[in-house]
Design a protein around this ligand. Sequence first.
Ligand code: ARG
Length: 584
Amino acid sequence: MLKLIDLISREVSGAFSAAGYDEAYGKVTVSNRPDLCEYQCNGALPAAKVYHKPPMAIAEDVAAQLAGNANFERVEACRPGFINLRLSPASLADYLEKMRTSERFGVEPDPAACRMIIDYGGPNVAKPLHVGHLRSAIIGESLKRIFRFFGNDVVGDIHMGDWGLQMGLIIAELRERHPELPYFDEAFAGEYPAEAPFTIADLEEIYPAASAKSKADEAFAAKAHDMTRRLQEGDRGCRALWEHIMRLSVADLKKNYSRLDVDFELWLGESDAQPYIEPMLGIMQDKGLAQRSDGALVVDVSEPEDTKQIPPCILLKSDGATLYATTDLATLLQRMGDYQPGRIYYVTDKRQNLHFEQVFRAARKAGIVPPEVRLDHLGFGTMNGPDGKPFKTREGGVMRLERLIAEITEFVEKKIEDNQVVGDAERPETARKIAMAALKYGDLSNQPTKDYVFDLDRFAAFEGNTGPYILYTIVRIKSILSRAESADALCVRAALSPEEKAMQLVISRLADNLELACRDSAPNLICAYIYELAGAVNKFYHETRILTEPDPEKKAGFLAGIALAKSVLETCIDLLGFEAPDKM
Ligand code: ARG
């Protein structure tokens, strides 16, 4: 379905052409003076130079052509040559009724939609999830839903850090503590126990202990390196321990991410890319791209037009060890082979910008990723505490994700307890939904690349530019609709007040906002849009007696308008990754 602005542009272009001017001048924009008009066309100004006429004369010619056009309530030529437009309430209502009765509100899929892989989340196994992983999960999940909405076939891959030294550290520490375990007995040929000899809580204690020990104790560090090597070479005992670690960690991660309503189609990680490292290095060598530099194997990825220096991408360290870039290049080879995606999209902290620039360039040079496949990296900013530094616990430690979610949920739960609208039975689930809205909207309403300050009081407020305010608006509409007798004859009707028209105009701009949010990977544009819509709905609600309206047709029109607003809001918050309760 055409966007309303394109429909209006078509009418105005037709008028330019009927008046003897090039129709290209008929492009219309949303008015930046909503007090004067709703849409405007400034085409008479550039046309004046070409046709050697005063712009005002052209604007008047065009306005005359539009006189009597049923789409407009008023068309005015204004000095120095603007054409100001007001839609007729009937045609606006018509458009909304089409939206209301179309699938996905008539928003067209992206003609360039393709198969996509989004690499987001990126937790490291056996290390607790912390708020640094939170943004990747929140932004990645929202982008995945937005890309899907526009018809892309999107696969989310969590891409765990599940390989390398961190695993060697854990295994080495386990051996120090429990040398008697069969995993460390090289002569052991039987079956290893099915149950892990540790719990997830043990692991969370073991990893930091081992990591600290390796920094202070060289002999232990050497043992950890040795265990890493043995794991990589396929040692049975190490492999069995690794599998235990993975099983426990993945179960724990699944629990945590599901609390966030974030889910992944693929639970792959760095370990899955290991078989692709040799073939990837082979390609680099065959293409003559791999060079020795101080013993390391590197690919030069600098370009003559670079304004800042891009250092070479390191494939192997001088001791033969693989690095982050090695794994990411191998993963690209794997993904291209397994999924033939048209686009691969990474969501990480912006401190990884250079890493991805190097990896993308190396992959292009080697032909691992052909030119028609898009590679994108969204480097997001930091979530800061009130002191402007990366968010910490009150004691100054790294805030664990679980604890953060628990704190927000508790805070919200107290609030709704005071309000006494939600029954005891629904309270935990309602609190969870509001907490998610507070957390996710608080994050997503910022431009992703910017840092922001986490402020629980502000994010969880029921008024202002917050997630709970949006939910509150939806809940209010739900309550009105539930008190209306019948929803059968709903039909959007011509607006009867400026407030109703204003609400309808915002609804009509859904597609424009979603398209921009998708094009620019900017969930913040959806937040801004629903904030505007919620404001318009609340204004309309305050100015209108909806349920007590005696004229059944008028009443059905009001109800259809707010019901449509509700569906639009619900669709938008779903794209942001949260949902509304029935009461709050
Ligand atoms: N595990 C990494 C980290 O914690 C993020 C992984 C992102 N994805 C990737 N393909 N490099 O920083």
